[in-house]
Each structure stands twice: as C-alpha cells, then as structure tokens.
Ligand binder design. Structure first.
Ligand code: THU
Length: 161
C-alpha cells in the first residue's frame, strides 16, 4: 500500500480590481450575463462568458424547468453554444458569476459535478485546458488554470478503450 496525494494550485484575488484588464472585463461580462438567466425556481442566476482562442466570445446562462432535473447549468449551455458555433476552437478563459437574488452573491462559486465532467470532456476534445475565473457580484475571485483539476480521478473515454 502507498499513499498518493492530489494537489492543484489556484490564484485568489481579494477583489476584481486586482485582476488584469482582460480578466476583469470577462468577469464583468459574466456578471452582466446573469440578467439573461432563466431561474424562476431557484432565483439563483448564473452567467458564464468565455473567450475562445479565435477571440470570439460565447455566453451561457442557467435555464431552469418546472421539472427541476431538466434544468441546465450556465456552463453546459455555454459549452454547447461554443461547440456548435466554433467547433474544435479551444476555450482560453471562462468566467462564471452569479446573482443570488434572494441572498448573497459575494463569494466565488465553483462548477457543479456534472459541469466539471463536461468541462473535462471539452478540454480533451479540443486538447487545451480551460482557465476558470470564478467570482460573485463582489468579493474574492479564484482563478483555476485548468478546469479538469477540479475533477481528480476522473472517468474519461480512455477508460472505455
Ligand atoms: N447552477 C449553474 O448554472 N452553475 C453552477 O455552477 C451552479 C448551479 C444553476 C443550476 C440551477 O439553475 C441554479 O444554479 C441553482 O442550483
């Protein structure tokens, strides 16, 4: 028996003022995108905006449904949108923000488990890590250099060969 360790590094910024201008602009767009969310059940509006390596910008927001499990997270709406509009073009950075209209929006949120699996597949599909910029409407910002680092010991297509 031996012990193994998994580690990953991410950056923590005290506020959006400390970001470089590109990251600050992308996060600001993600904050604005929360207004386009369809979240009449959770009242938790998520906005995701990505810049691709061809310079194009793609947006996603959460889309809920009266049948709750049918709802889709902002991240997966964005990935589907990117895959259709610019197939095989890598995502450079993806900013995720939220407006919790019945609570606080003052700390970063991380993608849910299903979205982590989808982000991993996208990285493998286009062979490029996705850099995440995570922040609420205010408060700290996390920058995670590689989305798939949020999903250690992951299951991928390689396991099925
Ligand atoms: N949600 C997202 O869109 N992305 C996340 O990273 C976390 C959760 C959505 C799903 C649901 O519509 C609402 O937020 C509350 O869970």
């Amino acid at each position: 028996m031996n012990h193994q360790q998994y580690q990953f590094e991410f950056e923590v910024y005290e506020s959006a003022d400390q970001l470089n201008e590109h990251d600050a602009a992308l996060l600001s767009q993600a904050k604005q995108a929360t207004a386009m969310a369809y979240a009449p059940y959770s009242h938790f509006k998520v906005g995701a905006v990505a810049v691709l390596s061809n310079g194009q910008v793609i947006t996603g927001t959460n889309q809920e449904n009266a049948s709750f499990p049918v709802g889709i997270c902002a991240e997966r709406v964005l990935l589907s949108n990117a895959a259709i509009r610019y197939p095989q073009v890598p995502i450079e950075s993806l900013a995720i923000s939220y407006d919790n209209t019945r609570g606080d929006s003052n700390h970063p949120i991380s993608p849910c488990g299903i979205c982590r699996q989808s982000l991993l597949e996208y990285e493998l599909r286009v062979q490029k890590p996705i850099r995440l910029i995570l922040g609420g409407l205010s408060g700290k910002i996390y920058i995670v250099p590689k989305a798939s680092s949020l999903l250690p010991l992951s299951f991928t297509g390689a396991d099925m060969q």
